[in-house]
Design a protein. Structure first.
Length: 326
């Protein structure tokens, strides 16, 4: 009887093992296919933009990137103005938003009581759910007049006397409103990631520094910020990626002029705003191909930003691991 009972066991085990192997292979195939779909979509975007803008690439060459003259009526296309406008608005918004977001995250995690930190955190995250068209309309009817009557004169009377870039005539639409709107739009992204990373810092690190007689600021500077640095950098780069690609809100407030801004109040273009503003009214296939090449440059720029972000996070993470090992 013992031999009879022991006989079917290997068969049952093989059936169960075979079923598990099949399920594992099926699951691996499904997840691998999903990953391949994402990769194919990215490759398809590059392929379509390259093929549809190839005539512009052949006609303009590198002059398309470095040229600053954009005149569709004369078939002259230089996207340098749009690249500079995108870089200035995105980098300026990134700097301002990172400072504000990290300070808010530190307050919510380290200083504010829980009954106050939770609603403030929800309100800041709610900013990410506001449609970009609402930001654009708010920028025109509320932010623009405020910058013209209050902030603009302050900048011209103080910084404008020393730095010519801050000297000019304040306008409702221009570079400054675009920077402020982008700053508000990317603060929730950076804040949410920074808050989670700062909250993940082990409490033993805080307690150890405080036990040595450090103040709260010294504890944050020595124990919290170095540990959370990689997460803050990652959140900042995600915010930068959104700022670079933001379209509708920037189109409404930046002024849309094909010229490099000589002051912070001057109107200009970004790559996303020129595509949104001119694509439906393109004069012909050449103009349309040039706009598609602008989209290709924007896609490449976004891709490079994410690559740089990965490298920075990888270096910071490895540096932290090396410090822990030592």
């Amino acid at each position: 009887m013992a031999a009879t009972d022991a006989g079917p066991a290997p068969a049952r085990r093989s059936i169960i093992t075979g079923g598990r192997n099949f399920a594992d292979r099926l699951f691996g195939g499904i997840t691998g296919s999903a990953a391949m779909v994402v990769l194919l979509i990215i490759l398809g975007l590059f392929y379509q933009l390259i093929t549809r803008s190839w005539s512009s690439i052949q006609a303009n060459g590198l002059g398309f990137i470095f040229g600053t003259n954009w005149n569709p009526s004369q078939n002259v296309y230089g996207a340098g103005v749009f690249i500079v406008g995108t870089a200035v608005t995105s980098v300026a918004a990134l700097i301002l938003a990172t400072i504000v977001a990290v300070l808010v995250a530190l307050y919510l995690v380290e200083i504010a009581p829980s009954w106050l930190a939770r609603p403030i955190g929800y309100m800041v995250e709610l900013l990410a759910a506001i449609p970009s068209v609402v930001y654009g309309l708010w920028g025109i009817y509320v932010l623009g007049p405020f910058l013209v009557t209050i902030v603009g004169p302050i900048l011209t009377n103080t910084l404008g006397q020393v730095i010519p870039f801050f000297n000019g005539v304040p306008r409702v639409t221009g570079l400054l409103p675009a920077i402020v709107v982008l700053t508000i739009m990317i603060v929730p992204t950076i804040m949410a990631i920074s808050r989670d990373v700062i909250g993940a810092v082990p409490g033993s690190q805080r307690e150890g520094i405080l036990a040595l007689g450090a103040t709260r600021w010294e504890m944050i500077r020595i124990a919290v910020l170095p540990y959370a640095r990689s997460g803050v950098i990652g959140g900042a780069i995600l915010g930068l990626a959104r700022a670079v690609g933001e379209t509708l809100a920037v189109t409404l407030v930046i002024g849309n002029r094909s010229a490099i801004a000589d002051t912070i109040f001057s109107p200009t273009y970004t790559m996303a705003s020129v595509i949104a503003n001119q694509f439906q009214e393109a004069d012909g296939p050449t103009h349309r191909a040039a706009l598609l090449e602008v989209a290709l440059v924007l896609l490449v720029m976004t891709f490079l930003i994410n690559v740089v972000a990965r490298i920075l996070v990888w270096r910071v993470t490895n540096g932290q691991r090396a410090v822990v090992v030592e």
